[in-house]
Write a protein that binds this ligand. Sequence first.
Ligand code: ADP
Ligand code: MG
Length: 346
Amino acid sequence: MRALGGSLTAAEAEGDERTIEAALRPRTLEEVVGQVRVRDQLGLVLEAARQRGRAPDHVLLSGPPGLGKTTLAMIIAAEMTAPLRLTSGPAITHAGDLAAILSGLNQDDVLFIDEIHRMSRPAEEMLYLAMEDFRVDVIIGKGPGATAIPLEIPPFTLVGATTRAGLLPGPLRDRFGFTGHLEFYDPAELDLIIHRSADLLGVRLTDEGAAEIALRSRGTPRIANRLLRRVRDYAQVRADGVVTLAVAHATLDLYEVDRLGLDRLDRAVIDVLCRRFGGGPVGVSTLAVAVGEERETVEEVAEPFLVRLGFLARTPRGRIATPAAWEHLGLTAPKLPDSDPPLFSS
Ligand SMILES: Nc1ncnc2c1ncn2[C@@H]1O[C@H](COP(=O)(O)OP(=O)(O)O)[C@@H](O)[C@H]1O
Ligand SMILES: [Mg+2]
């Protein structure tokens, strides 16, 4: 498990949180806040499919954890009034696992494969054929005597979600008719989400309180919703129940979420990069070991946000901290010797 599991700003949902999230999930495209482009594009894909009376094209959703991939997958099924079948890449370790799922599909079902980049190779190859020809080859027997029996499957829509679109093999990526890239949310959008969630949860909060949570939510709705719940606890136990600016500040300081929304892992990454590696460049594996995290977590959770803030750059030679990162830590960026090639170009 992840060392920071359970942390307030972990982007992944854990335990009971899944139940709470289910209650807060938008159920229609209309209800989705932000992601305007993806919403428009997806709306068109779905509407066209409805008019033709056909299952929509396969959809790939990519982006960091907590931005709404699972939510959108559920909405796709709901908007098509089709049953949703859920599975995930890590659960599909053999081609046989996938064959069993595919052969159980009914016409127009939506099959959601979360973390699709973590599926096994043989399953991936089986999936190509299923996506394109709605067929699987079931292999009977072993070795030279093995035979492939083709099995027809009814037309279905595959929705794949991935935090790493770049890790998907080209042939798999190409078989999706539409790819939606989810972006981090801006504070105004998070503000709307927080107000919406507060209404649903019956939390009383002021506009200033909501705005403060929005600013520190790392551009991520899941984190916004989680901070809201912690802030509500604080308001209930140590104040008069209303989430005000002061309550928000006190709670967020308590949980060490800084004014830009950086959490312990984010800060650890830039801290190690600046203090121990002189600002880099350093390889991501080394960086992960130095902060005591899995490489995946550093790459998929911390880095996208740090890159977005302009604190970290990914270069062919490794990760480097930008002057803004040094400044955020209250450090002075070292002067580069004149002979060095510039690390930053404008
Ligand atoms: N666009 C959005 N509008 C409102 N709430 C959202 C939106 N996107 C995500 N959420 C909230 O954030 C939580 C996490 O979203 P989820 O779809 O599970 O993210 P992902 O699958 O990308 O990790 C959901 O419970 C949902 O309430
Ligand atoms: Mg998800």
